[in-house]
Ligand binder design. Structure first.
Ligand code: NAD
Length: 359
């Protein structure tokens, strides 16, 4: 693999490889774009089969973070880190301290926190060596559970989508199919039920389903369905809060919903192909990196000194931003994901321009 070619393809600024043999740390940090501010993105730990797989993942994910930061209007750019190893077998406190020292050595160009395979507790070790870790537990000065603002952002996305579809945000009696009722999905269900909506739910973990069935008023609970049945339900909106790549050749033909608004990352298997298919079918797709940005907004806020009211205000603004994207999509007759990308690219260009002013 030509590393510089790969960086040029995705538009990256910088790539770092770290190795510490004593702690078996093998890490890659990719910094995609710092026009808007220091790069920010989670740290993923996976037993990647090859170094190329790890590199591909970190390049793609860090680019995605630039768009997510841009659309959420936080003062950060895109970055990401990956640790090569098995999160269930290879973690040690010393590995995370070593990682902390390397990240600190980047001099504030990159901030990181949890992602798949890592937990806030892992970075309690890292923060002993570095001030560049966010999403820490409350008792370590962090902002706590990011699922709370993430679910609120998804709910604001649902309200904006309702306005776009029906001209109002009244969700009473409207129907929703929620895929995945883990940390975010369960809270989205709470918001929906509070608004008088009716829900179908699915998950692969039975205890989460049982809890929700027990705690949701019967009038609002339409039922639990098998994971494969969730796509074909005749509902107003489909709410994916589990896995990525679930909008694909197999699932899109099954959809009966009017809109898709969920927290899962990278829902479109192929952005161009499947984004265009949804557009042609007239199914409104709320770009995932906008509606799931609440968690990012919260951890970015930690860097400024966490103010809950500021996080709430910014997360609520996902509503307006999504309406703007729907407007752009209609005016230009382009899929919503492309409208979102264009909006972010224009924003980055403007910021780049005024940042050229010497102060
Ligand atoms: P989670 O692990 O708590 O919940 C995911 C749920 O999906 C689990 O209950 C799991 O059993 C279920 N699931 C897995 N495979 C499934 C399948 N095939 N069908 C149905 N359910 C299935 O994760 P979370 O924190 O709630 O995040 C949900 C999604 O939102 C993830 O894609 C995550 O990347 C994304 N996201 C989360 C945050 C956050 O702040 N937590 C922020 C941005 C994006």
């Amino acid at each position: 693999m030509g590393i510089f070619d790969e960086m040029a393809k995705y538009g990256h600024e910088q790539l770092h490889f770290f190795q510490h043999r004593g702690t078996k740390l093998k890490a890659i940090v990719a910094i995609h774009n710092t026009v808007m501010g220091p790069a920010l993105g989670g740290c993923r730990m996976r037993p990647y089969e090859t170094e190329e797989d790890a590199l591909f993942d970190v390049l793609r994910l860090s680019r995605g973070m630039t768009y997510k930061c841009g659309v959420a209007d936080v003062d950060n750019g895109g970055g990401k880190s990956v640790l090569i190893g098995d999160p269930n077998a290879d973690k040690t406190p010393e590995m995370f301290r070593a990682f902390g020292r390397y990240v600190e050595g980047l001099g504030g160009r990159f901030y990181t926190g949890t992602d798949m395979g890592t937990t806030p507790q892992d970075f309690v070790h890292s923060q002993r060596e570095s001030t560049r870790f966010v999403g820490l537990p409350l008792e370590y000065g962090g902002s706590g559970n990011t699922a709370i603002p993430t679910a609120l952002g998804v709910f604001q996305g649902i309200r904006a989508t309702a306005r776009e579809l029906w001209g109002h945000e009244d969700l009473a009696g409207k129907t929703f199919a929620i895929q995945g009722v883990g940390k975010v999905g369960a809270l989205v269900v709470e918001h929906l039920v509070h608004a008088g909506a009716r829900v179908y739910i699915t998950d692969v973990y039975q205890p989460f389903l049982d809890t929700l069935v027990d705690t949701t008023p019967k009038a609002n609970m339409l039922g639990v369905v098998a994971p494969t049945e969730i796509y074909g339900l005749d509902v107003d909106m489909f709410i994916p809060c589990a896995l990525g790549a679930i909008l694909n050749d197999e699932t899109i033909p099954q959809l009966m919903c009017k809109a898709i608004v969920g927290s899962a990352n990278n829902q479109l298997l192929d952005m161009e192909k499947h984004g265009a298919q949804l557009h042609d079918l007239g199914i409104l797709y709320a770009p995932d990196y906008l509606v799931n940005a609440g968690g990012l907004i919260q951890v970015a806020d930690e860097m400024k000194g966490y103010v809950p009211e500021r996080v709430l205000a910014k997360t609520n603004s996902i509503y307006q931003m999504l309406l703007q994207i729907y407007k752009l999509s209609k005016e230009q007759n382009i899929p919503t994901w492309l409208a979102a990308d264009r909006l972010v690219e224009a924003r980055i260009e403007t910021i780049k321009d005024f940042k050229s002013v010497r102060i």
